[in-house]
Design a protein around this ligand. Structure first.
Ligand SMILES: O=C(O)[C@H](O)[C@@H](O)[C@H](O)[C@H](O)CO
Ligand SMILES: [Mg+2]
Length: 396
């Protein structure tokens, strides 16, 4: 068995920016074993690049010297050591990235792509929905025109946040603006394309309920993060009133037990674990089983880079109760696709499952070397990093 000998955090940036501020950076982890095997994982960037970079170095202390082929055991060792794992996003994302890299190594050592290690695929290709496609969309016609392009690319589902600069509350003007954008997209794509409404956890329960009442006539498949992430009471209130629409959430979950809170209380209909902060493959696959046992569908959150995307494809291949996988892939800056030699193209709304051992794609080490930067703070400006760029605006 090979020991973990090196864990290196790597921050990548490039002048070509993504469709959201956070999308212009990637944080990778390179794990090397005593017999020279190399695995890669990806952590969450957003507004904590420096913290995550440094936390990876601290979490690595728990993994160095351990058996590379034991991701499950290694996860629980760090879980025991880090008193605050379930309260620390940095620790959760660092652990998740290292865990991904260990599954990559495991697959390479056994000569099998990760989906095979998980019991094999239940589908031959992965259906995806589009996100990131509506940069600079402000007027309803902007959303409509961009949505038509997405459908012409072959996508059968698209997600967007129609709420401009509203936060906590939404007033009649905001409801009218959101409705105009959603109506324009529905009219542009017709009723055979799934529309998914992203709230980014902006609202209090009363506002989220008012939004649901206004938008339900456009038949959205789900309402994502309608209330603030930690507002369990607000979500209970929302679910008790809004019975005709499904709730999707999960991108901010950092543990299996946290997922259980929402699944156990029937507060989520489509769970969206993110393999870069839920606990990697090791925990991600457990959340999926919990969801299956409770008739909750799965749609992995998948918003960061091409390494995360590859792992999300593997898990999506093995999940019977998959709704769709999220994809920014066609709206990544090209450098993110170059890192994996653009091996996971979206074709007519579907992606082939990566078949090489481990992560399943080849890693462009030269591209990684050429884009390495020192971690630094991101500016905090009026438009938050978590919206698609140029959309934090009114039009009326
Ligand atoms: O559902 C999603 O893809 C997310 O909400 C993104 O839109 C966020 O911007 C990102 O996850 C922030 O880190
Ligand atoms: Mg989201």
């Amino acid at each position: 068995m090979s020991k973990i000998s090196q864990i290196v955090p790597i921050v990548l940036a490039n002048p070509e920016k993504g469709s959201a501020t956070w999308a212009s950076v990637m944080i990778l982890v390179r794990v090397v074993t005593s017999d020279g095997m190399v695995g890669y994982g990806e952590a969450v960037p957003t507004l904590r690049v420096i913290n995550v970079y440094n936390t990876i170095k601290q979490v690595a202390k728990s993994y160095i010297g351990k058996e590379a082929e034991e991701p499950e055991k290694n996860y629980h060792e760090w879980y025991k050591q880090d008193f605050y794992l379930a309260r620390s996003f940095e620790s959760a994302t660092a652990t998740s990235a290292i865990d991904q890299a260990l599954w990559d190594i495991l697959g390479k050592e056994l000569g099998a792509p990760i989906y095979k290690l998980l019991g094999g695929k239940v589908r031959d290709k992965i259906p995806v929905y589009a996100n990131g496609w509506y940069q600079d969309a402000v007027y309803p016609e902007d959303f409509a025109e961009k949505a038509k392009r997405v459908v012409n690319m072959g996508y059968k589902a698209l997600k967007f946040d129609p709420f401009g600069p509203y936060y906590d509350w939404i007033d009649e003007k905001g409801l009218k603006e959101a409705e105009a954008r959603v109506r324009a997209v529905r009219e542009a794509v017709g009723d055979q394309v799934d529309i998914l409404i992203e709230h980014h956890g902006r609202f209090n329960a009363n506002s989220a309920i008012a939004i649901a009442k206004r938008l339900e006539k456009y038949n959205p498949v789900f309402m994502e993060e309608p209330v603030h992430h930690e507002d369990i009471e607000g979500l209970r209130k929302y679910k008790s009133v809004v019975t005709s629409l499904k709730v999707a959430l999960g991108e901010r979950l950092v543990s299996l037990k946290e997922a259980m809170v929402y699944i156990g209380e029937r507060l989520v209909d489509i769970i969206q674990p993110d393999l870069c902060n839920i606990g990697g493959i090791t925990v991600g696959r457990k959340v999926v089983n919990l969801a299956e046992a409770n008739d909750v569908e799965v749609a992995f959150h998948n918003a960061f880079g091409s390494i995360q995307n590859a792992y999300s494809l593997h898990l999506s291949a093995t999940v019977k109760n998959l709704y769709l996988l999220e994809s920014f892939y066609d709206w990544f800056p090209q450098w993110k696709r170059d890192i994996i030699y653009d091996e996971t193209k979206v074709d007519n709304g579907h992606v082939k499952i990566p078949e090489k051992p481990g992560i399943g794609v080849s890693i462009n080490e030269k591209a990684i070397e050429s884009m390495k930067v020192e971690p630094k703070e991101l500016d905090v400006v009026d438009e938050p990093v978590w919206v698609v760029k140029g959309t934090w605006k009114h039009f009326s």
